[in-house]
Ligand binder design. Structure first.
Ligand code: ADP
Ligand code: ASP
Ligand code: MG
Length: 436
């Protein structure tokens, strides 16, 4: 069985829902994972923000605004009066849920319930639409099988065991429709896989079922060789290895959720990135094999802070790095990039929540300087050490740009440099010009 995921823009209007409906109705049995319609999760975040601030009027107004959008979607999506009524009832029930949270007491638990409504609405609308055009489909409730543990990691065994039960319970159908993004947590409460997490849902399902293929349908024809939001004339890449795709997703290629490659890789299920607006385009295939001797792509991760620790005591000292890392561990702050010399160590983080505390504690080891508003530019390709010349091409491309850190050798697939955000566009353009 194949698992097909459609993102927010792919189901972003009544017309798009109808187009996806056509695309998935080819007679083959499949699982379809849907995101919320584009803009919805942002609106739900906004509603939650009003409620955190106890602005009940603001929240109510935002709910009314969003409901109006859905009323016109229902009107456009369904042809018959009967289905218009069914669609309206579906939407109304979820907006009643939203309104039930307009209360003075508002916590993270209520927020997560609110954020879940987008995917619940979109999947219900698709199910009703398919039913109106006489295509056999069944809803597969993600909250019955998608679960994270107390460390917020997917509970793979639970998912594996319960997805089969959910499929059995859903009965026979051509298309099983499920919600991306949403899950339950270890306490049994509604939770989610973080923003953009519908890709992760698809790969967790694909991995659990050892599916034939996972398809991520979006608004672009595959993984491009540079960020299309920043650089013109980027090109789709035909084939990427799991490792290359994971590096690109982690270092900023928004087309894929950073964690979504791993479940597919573990189960050796190929992932295809395809374009809903141009279904016949070849897209990108992510699999175990990749083309060697090539630089594949460039990506950039924003919002990075660099921390430099200069220490006379690092010289010849064992245990120094462990003590430094322990501080990051204590504040649950992951490190992205690291470079060392005999007299110091530089690290980058993207979560600044405990920056002040971390910097204060690091001061016991020497002089500490932090640099905010940095960007990691990551070049992905075949960088095995006998492949000479590639690193030179990167540094040549960046010859006019001040570079704060360089990391090479961490894997065979990645060279990363840290630069100030003001040079991001210039760096990405220069790399495209030199490398592709
Ligand atoms: P969806 O809503 O379908 O999940 P996303 O907005 O999350 O879609 O991801 C698709 C977007 O990712 C594209 O529209 C594109 O602007 C952006 N993107 C960033 N980097 C890349 C890249 N290297 N290749 C393709 N798309 C990229
Ligand atoms: N709807 C969620 C979001 O906007 C999940 C997703 O689209 O992948 O983040
Ligand atoms: Mg996405």
């Amino acid at each position: 069985m194949k698992v097909l995921k459609f993102g927010g823009t792919s189901v972003g209007s009544a017309l798009r829902i109808k187009e996806v409906g056509k695309l998935i109705s080819d007679g083959e049995q499949k699982i379809v994972v849907l995101s919320a319609m584009s803009g919805t999760t942002n609106s739900l975040v906004e509603i939650s923000e009003y409620l955190y601030k106890n602005n009940l009027d603001g929240a109510t107004e935002a709910i009314i605004g969003l409901e109006k959008k859905y009323d016109s979607v229902v009107d456009e999506l369904f042809a018959s009066a009967v289905y218009k009524e069914k669609g309206a009832a579906w939407v109304a029930s979820h907006f009643a849920t939203l309104r039930s949270f307009v209360l003075e007491k508002f916590t993270e638990d209520e927020e997560k319930e609110i954020l879940a409504q987008g995917e619940l609405i979109s999947t219900g609308l698709m199910h009703l639409h398919l039913s109106e055009i006489c295509i056999s489909s069944a809803l597969l409730p993600a909250l019955d099988f998608m679960r994270i543990d107390e460390f917020k990691e997917p509970d793979l065994e639970f998912i594996r065991n319960n997805i089969s039960t959910a499929l059995d319970n859903a009965g026979d159908a051509e298309i099983y429709i499920t919600q991306g993004f949403i899950c339950k947590n270890a306490e049994g409460k509604v939770d989610n896989l973080q923003r953009g997490g519908s890709d992760y849902t698809a790969s967790l399902i694909g991995g659990a079922l050892v599916a034939e293929e996972i398809q991520i349908w979006t608004d672009i024809d595959g993984m491009h060789n540079n960020d299309p939001r920043v650089v013109e004339n980027t090109k789709p890449i035909a084939v990427l290895s799991f490792e290359e795709a994971a590096e690109l997703a982690y270092f900023g290629a928004k087309i894929l959720h950073p964690t979504c490659v791993l479940p597919a890789k573990l189960a050796q299920v190929p992932v295809k990135l395809l374009n809903t607006m141009e279904p016949s385009a070849k897209g990108t295939t992510i699999c175990a094999e990749s083309e060697l001797n090539k630089i594949k792509a460039v990506a950039a991760k924003d919002g990075i802070t660099a921390i430099k620790i200069k220490s006379g005591r690092m010289l010849q000292a064992h245990g120094f790095l462990r003590k430094v890392f322990e501080i990051f561990e204590q504040y649950k702050t992951p490190i992205d990039m690291i470079t060392t010399s005999e007299v110091g160590v530089s690290l980058t983080i993207d979560n600044q929540k405990y920056l002040d505390e971390i910097v204060n504690e690091l001061k016991q080891f020497g002089t500490v300087t932090s640099y905010t508003n940095q960007v990691i530019v990551c070049v992905v390709g075949d960088f095995r050490s006998n492949n000479t010349g590639f690193v030179n091409q990167i540094t040549t491309a960046l010859k006019d740009i001040p570079v704060l850190m360089v990391s090479y050798g961490g894997s065979n697939f990645n060279v990363s440099v840290l630069i100030d955000a003001q040079y991001k566009k210039q760096a990405l353009m220069a790399l495209s010009k030199k490398l592709f």
